[in-house]
Design a protein around this ligand. Structure first.
Ligand code: ZN
Length: 391
């Protein structure tokens, strides 16, 4: 299947970030092999569209799409978590699975071709079998200091998930304040042995930072005695910053001085979720400090339970409106820095009137559709090439 195929469009985003008017992509073996400034005579016309790389959603909880619009946004994070846990415990597995399928489909329909999902119940792993999106399914682990719970979960995580091509497995220790140091160590060893990526919430709220530091604040009553170490110190002590592990951290709203520099030195990306930030009315995230420290910044939608939509174009728009970043920095965060060459999926933006600048197009409120290139080989064998985090 080495047959070559060309697709022309009103515009194609070149590797230098400029839009090539009337450009063309050349496809062979199911992936883009070249971006051409001028279309060949045989190019198939995709019409009045701009072709760009697809979005990469670096943090989501697809199963929580079930609770969209059902959780309080103005009673604080604690009330939100309590209600979420109640709803999740009561929800029938089929409902969570349906919701996860709906969420994945929504991401795919808005130009996202790869998602890192955190799966607590197993619903997303089952739902993703039926949606064409690529995903890393991170099974969540949490022990809240309970050794019995820890052992049971570790045993489960040691057994590979049944997945299709395009889906790979990962592990998500929930957060430093809900996972014991022992669990973090064991998960690091498991990730190393099974060669799995890791993703973890970190420094999302002031309350968890206080609890970890000195056992003060409202979380102290609900959790075991404080470890009296910062979240990042615990992550490091557990060996999770080791260069042979692929770890990403999520949120990082309340770092200690020097923490972003530590992430940069360890090559650990940080995921920011602008929609969740707005949902809880949090103060602005310091994206500038993250980028200036040299950290690789990525964007995620988080779940539909703390966002009003699952749409990476909307996340990018919000990020650009609120945070002090350039369009190129925002675009890199929303796509993982992927370029068209090598891609198996295209994002296709409808362009009304003249071909516009990509920045204007994003600002206009539109979202692209995802276009899967035909004749693609099964991609289970080369999954890591589509896995920007840590690569
Ligand atoms: Zn999350």
């Amino acid at each position: 299947m080495n047959e070559q195929r060309d697709y022309r469009a009103r515009g194609v985003l070149g590797g230098d970030g400029r839009v090539l008017d009337g450009g063309c992509v050349r496809v062979a073996g199911g992936r883009v092999v070249e971006v051409l400034a001028r279309p060949s005579g045989v190019a198939e016309d995709l019409g009045d569209v701009l072709i760009t790389p697809t979005f990469f959603n670096a943090h989501c909880h697809l199963e929580l799409t079930a609770f969209e619009g059902r959780l309080p946004r103005d009673q604080g994070f604690g009330a939100w978590v309590r209600e979420l846990m109640r709803l999740r415990d009561e929800a029938p597995p089929a409902e969570l699975e349906q919701a996860a399928r709906r969420g994945a489909r929504r991401l795919w329909d808005t130009g996202c071709a790869l998602v890192h999902d955190v799966d607590t119940t197993g619903a997303a792993a089952r739902a993703l079998l039926d949606v064409p999106i690529e995903a890393v399914v991170h099974r969540e682990a949490i022990d809240a200091g309970d050794a019995t719970r820890r052992a049971a979960r570790l045993e489960e995580l040691d057994r590979p998930l049944p997945l299709r091509a395009g889906l790979t497995e990962g592990i998500s220790p929930h957060a430093p304040f809900t996972c014991s140091l022992e669990l973090l160590r064991e998960l690091g060893a498991l990730a190393r042995r099974r060669r799995l990526p890791l993703t973890m919430h970190w420094a999302e709220t002031e309350e968890e930072v206080r609890y970890l530091r000195d056992g003060s604040g409202p979380l102290a009553e609900l959790l075991p005695p404080s470890p009296r170490r910062s979240g990042l110190d615990l992550i490091e002590a557990a060996g999770l910053l080791a260069p042979d592990l692929r770890l990403s951290l999520v949120h990082g709203n309340h770092p200690a001085p020097g923490d972003y520099e530590r992430l940069a030195a360890a090559g650990v990306p940080l995921v920011h979720c602008p929609g969740t930030h707005a949902f809880f009315g949090r103060r602005a995230f310091d994206a500038r400090a993250v980028l200036d420290a040299g950290v690789r910044l990525l964007l995620g939608t988080d779940s539909a339970a703390s966002n009003d939509r699952l749409d990476m174009a909307a996340e990018l728009r919000r990020f650009l409106e609120i945070d002090e970043v350039t369009f190129q920095e925002g675009w890199r965060a929303a796509t993982g820095g992927v370029v068209l060459e090598g891609s198996r999926r295209l994002a296709v933006w409808s362009v009304a009137g003249t071909v516009r600048d990509l920045e204007d197009l994003v600002a206009s409120g539109r979202s692209p559709a995802t276009f899967a290139l035909p004749d693609g080989p099964a991609h289970a064998s080369d999954g890591p090439s589509r896995y920007p985090v840590g690569s």
